[in-house]
Structure formats: structure tokens, C-alpha cells
Design a protein around this ligand. Structure first.
Ligand SMILES: Nc1ncnc2c1ncn2[C@@H]1O[C@H](COP(=O)(O)OP(=O)(O)OP(=O)(O)O)[C@@H](O)[C@H]1O
Length: 249
């Protein structure tokens, strides 16, 4: 089997006495969607923050393409090939759709847009941004202010921003949140096609989407991975039913 694109080994993170991440070891392999599911407060967002570099672990390691990135910041991990979308929108609402995508293409430096305005005229950045917008179906909306977009379009734009860096792996935090049935269906189809380009670590509460998309599912409860397996294996697991899915899954 080829080496995984992304690996966490015994990751630990506590907030006071609370172990939010308890010795989590998992990997993301080429071509797959690996979903992380679990009840509210199970530690999904904390795990994503540890992997993306927003939070530093107390112990354990994160490896991306064979490189130890445990102590690298978010921007360095993005440059190393990690594309992330957020649970709460990180878009600049007063800027246009194209400006947001160009910012993404620059590596999402986090600096105010006014420092980077000239970048909009950088042909290469602009081309990459326009290509990403085209792929998520927002090419016709490039000139709109982000604030004018529907909720679903903002989620599409977040994926486009991540796409501009041509990442080797995606981390997506609840991309279906707030989408209606049609929006979820469209995004599910898009993520399905995206996995062949770069694997996706997907945190998602929408179980229909998870069971439709995931090649593997890891179940997090009280910061611990209690099971990893295919959708069928997770559905059949007594421990997962007892801890999370219930008998209707
Ligand atoms: N900065 C923090 N300080 C203190 N406690 C925190 C902090 N961040 C998270 N926690 C706690 O850590 C635990 C895990 O939280 P986390 O947000 O990672 O869970 P989650 O699975 O993403 O939940 P949800 O599904 O509701 O988004 C929770 O008990 C939460 O209250």
C-alpha cells in the first residue's frame, strides 16, 4: 500500500482537565474520503485544528507527505499542500468572490486585503482563482461581493479558495452545514469527484452525505477514536451504535 498522504500519531490535546484529543492515530490515503464523525463535543474540531496547525498538540505528531509538520503553522502547512475549509466562514464578506479566491491562491496569508490588492492583477494568481471558481460553479459570480452570495454559494467559494492552492490533501469542517437538500446533493457530487485529485478528511454531521461519500469512517467519542472502518463496518459496530449512531443507523 502507498504511504498515506497525512498521518496523525498519538495526538493529544487537553483543555485543563478535559482531554479533547486522546491519543488519536489515523491516516488519510490517496484517493479516499475519510470521514470523522461523533457527537457534539467529541473533539472533531479540535482534531482538525491540530492537523491544520491552528492549535499545537500537547504530544504526538502530524506528518504530511512524509514530512513532520507537527510544529509548523497554518500557512506553512497550506504551502506544504494542506487545503482547509472552515466550519465558520473565513471569507472576507465585503470583498468580491474573485478577490477571495485570489487571496486563497496567495496562500491565505491572513493579512488584510488592502496590502494585497495589486495581487488581483497578477495574471497567474488570477488565472488559478478563476479556474477554481469555474470548477465549483461560481465563474458567473466572480464580480459579486461575497456578502451577496447565498449560504450554499459561500460554502462553494470556501472549497474554491482551498482548491486554488492545488492541495495534496483537503480538510473540510462541516461543508454541508446549513445547505438545503439540493445544495447538499450538489456538494456531495462535487466532493465525490474531488477525491481523485486529493484525498479529503471530512468532518460532517450530515450522515447521509457521510455514508454516501466516505471510503472510511472514524468515530470519535470523548476525544478517542473508538472505531475506523468502511461504512458497512461502522454501521455494524455494536460499540458505535451504543456510543453514537443508535439502532436506526
Ligand atoms: N479552546 C478551548 N478551551 C476549552 N475547552 C475547549 C476549547 N475548545 C474545545 N474545547 C472543549 O473540548 C471538547 C471538544 O470540542 P470540539 O469543539 O473539538 O468538539 P466537536 O466534536 O467539534 O463538537 P461539535 O460537533 O459540537 O462541533 C468540548 O468539550 C469543548 O467544550
Amino acid at each position: 500500500m502507498p504511504d498515506p498522504i497525512l498521518t496523525t500519531t498519538n495526538l493529544q490535546k487537553s483543555f485543563g482537565a478535559l482531554k479533547a484529543t486522546d491519543s488519536v492515530s489515523l491516516d488519510l490515503r490517496q484517493g479516499e474520503i475519510h470521514a470523522i464523525i461523533g457527537p457534539n463535543g467529541a473533539g472533531k474540531s479540535t482534531l482538525i485544528d491540530l492537523i491544520s496547525g491552528r492549535t499545537q498538540p500537547d504530544a504526538g505528531s502530524v506528518t504530511l507527505l512524509g514530512q513532520d509538520v507537527t510544529h509548523a503553522g497554518t500557512a506553512a502547512r497550506a504551502r506544504a499542500g494542506l487545503g482547509r475549509t472552515f466550519q465558520i466562514s473565513a471569507l472576507a464578506m465585503e470583498d468580491t468572490v474573485l478577490q477571495n479566491a485570489v487571496l486563497g491562491a496567495m496562500g491565505a496569508s491572513g493579512k488584510p486585503w488592502r496590502f494585497w490588492r495589486p495581487a488581483l492583477w497578477d495574471a497567474d494568481l488570477r488565472m488559478r482563482a478563476e479556474e477554481a471558481l469555474r470548477r465549483v460553479g461560481l465563474a458567473d459570480d466572480a464580480g459579486k461581493r461575497c456578502a451577496e452570495l447565498s449560504h450554499g454559494q459561500r460554502r462553494q467559494l470556501e472549497v474554491a479558495v482551498a482548491l486554488t492552492l492545488s492541495p495534496h490533501a483537503f480538510i473540510m469542517d462541516e461543508p454541508m452545514a446549513g445547505l438545503g437538500a439540493e445544495g447538499s446533493r450538489l456538494l456531495t457530487g462535487f466532493l465525490d469527484s474531488l477525491r481523485s485529485e486529493a484525498p479529503i478528511l471530512l468532518v460532517e454531521h450530515d450522515m447521509d452525505a457521510v455514508f454516501a461519500l466516505a471510503d472510511r469512517i472514524s468515530v470519535l467519542v470523548y476525544g478517542r477514536v473508538i472505531a475506523t472502518g468502511t461504512a458497512a463496518e461502522i454501521r455494524a459496530s455494536r460499540e458505535v451504535r451504543d456510543a453514537y449512531l443508535g439502532e436506526d443507523a
